[in-house]
Ligand binder design. Sequence first.
Ligand code: T1G
Length: 689
Amino acid sequence: MSSSVNVANENGVAVVMIDNPPVNALSFHVREPLYEALAALRDDATAKAIVIACAGRTFVAGADITEFGKPVQQPELRAIVALLETIAKPTVAAIHGTALGGGLELALGCHFRVADQGAKLGLPEVKLGLLPGGGGTVRLPRLVGATKALGMIVSGTPISASEAKTAGLVDAVFDGDLLAEGIRFAREMAAAGGPFTPVRERNGRLAETEPAAFDRQAAELAKKARGLEAPLACIEAVRNAITLPFDEALAAERQLFLKLVSGDQSRAQRHLFFAEREAAKVPGKDPQRRKIARVGIIGAGTMGGGIAMAFANGGFPVILLETSEEALQRGLSMIEKNYAVSVSRGSLSEEARQQRLGLFKGSTDYADLADCDLVIEAVFEDMAVKKQVFGKLDAVARPGAILATNTSYLDVNEIAASTARPQDVLGMHFFSPANVMKLLEIVRAEQTAPDALATVAELARRIGKVAVVVGVCHGFVGNRMLSARGAENEFLLLEGATPSQVDKAFTDFGWPMGPFQMGDLAGLDIGWRNRKARGLTAVVADTLCEQGRFGQKTGSGWYRYESGSREPAADSDVEELIRAKAAALGIARREIAADEIIERTLYPLVNEGARILEEGVAARASDIDVVWVNGYGFPIGKGGPMFWAGLEGGARIVERLEHWHERTGRPIFEPASLLRRFAETGSWEGVDC
Ligand code: T1G
């Protein structure tokens, strides 16, 4: 046998053990020996039953994603599953860890599936812009019914072993020695004598489908696709499973898969899969991690409370410090309310709510932070206040504790220099709401120790965050690029566009919402305060704020909101204000097309990303993509701004930036030299940073 697949005979039960670290992906060097082993065992009379299991921490986690886009090497997974279904003796998949994608499809080729109680099973291909291409769309509905299958395949969300047992996907759940239990189960099945019916021949659950209910569910799911092809293909494939004979549905699945796997959207989403894993890796030698057990958060406001919840959700005991008992209680009660809302929505059990609340300890005394391993400040965004906090922290925190600032744009080098331990200081820029948003920018200051950085990057995943290491500059990566993306917004309005037109150009592109609707959601007063602090103006937005129009929270901003509604309605008063401002500035208004809106907002976004790469504030172009997809809702089907630049064409972006630079003279349109090089080479790589 090969090093990736080994076969042992346990008193008449053949055990096929896959061993392909780290996640037993079905790489070619696994598929080939696996096929050979199963073909041999099919005709081996000494094997009364077959168990497929995996070494290491998980059952097969899917096809090898790195193989997509390369020449296909036979046998493919589909051939292995087809072979499995010709085997008359009982076949059993013994699942631990995660059986995902092709891993679950391999298990669906077996007569039986048994699982460890902690196992998870799912078909997450849709998250890669794909659909299950190994027969999952045709077999899963035959075990769990079309409705359950459709929900699992279109969401890509795995289910627990117990849920899988209830649904009919798993035949037994064990708590203990899974392999031994799997072998015993297989032996019992062999002794019982069958019949052993392949999943492809089981149509009972399909017959339960109510076409009208299925169509309603499909229509609801299709509405959420927001321009992504894979969810629609998943729906079509599951519908085929109900309406077509097995082999026709299987062939249709294959065609849908081939179309998706070669498409831009799947390439973009596979790019993001690996980019997210790269972004958390700190270039250079992999240092020792520091122990993080106790976490302190300074500031129990919106951000501090959200950050504290993120750590409690990750199982960490949290000390939440405020300047007064009243402020502390206000923060703690907001946290309790947030958890209560989650329970009422059914997204959190009462038991989990109690357990998480039990992890919080409140304090108004810095001395209580003395044994924390990590302290994060989320106080008022003012350098003097931050320095005061770090001065106190420097005095009480234990040696080796990591001291983090949640600042969204202040100079972390300056904050670090205000302590005697700059090597322990870094930025942890969470995005509001911090207990929900996945992005965490980890700001590497000049003197931040590599082990402190690596510790926090690893910690991020334990609290469900996607970490990106960034350098120090105003706004780091995300907010700095956000400024570039929004620099033309008011000019577009003054020159003839309406807020709705700009926002529609964005939502048609695939954004969840456009900049003006986003401004109304976040509150226009935030930007107004920042502009005043920096001596900047925005002729229209400033006037709206002076009129008390801060957005949703005041019932009007760029749009009007009927009482209690969050639905934006175009406001003729705002459009009149824009026209008046334009007239006062002598700006002749004209029709502005969606293409122009995209060119004057998203091309500067890419250009600023190129500058950030040139300056070394980001280590990789893919890091910038991870920031924008996880922090700002950049459409995943376009892979992030830097990946999308490749789809759009670097030369076209440069040409249009030059056009707008010549027409307006504004610096954001001056193409970065790295962007020019990208236009020539098609690659962001080779950037020394
Ligand atoms: N292929 C190749 N590499 C993979 C991989 C995969 N399927 N899954 C993980 N890796 C790498 C990953 O890049 C990382 O590499 C290392 O393994 C550890 O991963 C035909 C078409 C299983 C839940 O989508 O969800 O089957 O950074 O850091 O946090 O229908 O990995 O160490 O160099 O994520 O413990 C469907 C993808 C594929 C599952 C484990 N399957 N993987 O999480 O570790 S398409 C998936 C995951 C398919 C068929 C279709 C997670 C995990 P490095 P990690 P983790």
